[in-house]
Design a protein around this ligand. Structure first.
Ligand code: ASC
Length: 126
């Protein structure tokens, strides 16, 4: 997992892969494809809150090559950072709501997190 030509891209991609794994379960619960489970939801929301902080240090200048990241990221750095922050905040809200245990609020917040994923992907991912 190290020493490739674009180590920063491998790093951030790995994190996004783990995020997608955990978010996938919560998305399935929100869509009713999987039974709601408070303990599982709370654990995964906590994992997502932590993981949401990690990808950004991998978006170093000059690391678009060979990755799904669009050069637009580095031309619109403030907007990219704002979208990254929004994702962190929505994930943090998800974890707080999960600890409070209001099932409807938790499932609604899954949609907010998904919108934050999508906002960045629409503009900055190939
Ligand atoms: C996912 C996933 C994404 C987001 C996005 C939400 O489960 O892998 O990239 O949700 O599709 O709109």
């Amino acid at each position: 997992c190290s020493g490739g030509p674009n180590e920063a891209a491998e790093y951030r991609h790995s994190i996004f892969h783990v995020i997608a794994w955990h978010f996938g379960t919560l998305g399935a619960m929100a869509k009713g494809e999987q039974p709601f489970d408070q303990a599982v939801f709370e654990r995964k929301a906590g994992i997502l809150e932590n993981l949401s902080k990690l990808p950004w240090e991998g978006f170093q200048e000059g690391t678009a090559e060979g990755s799904d990241a669009l050069p637009a990221i580095w031309e619109n750095r403030d907007d990219f950072d704002a979208k990254a922050n929004r994702f962190e905040e929505e994930a943090s809200t998800l974890a707080s709501l999960a600890r409070e245990g209001d099932q409807q609020a938790m499932l609604d917040q899954v949609g907010k997190v998904g919108q934050a994923c999508k906002a960045c992907h629409d503009d900055y991912r190939k």
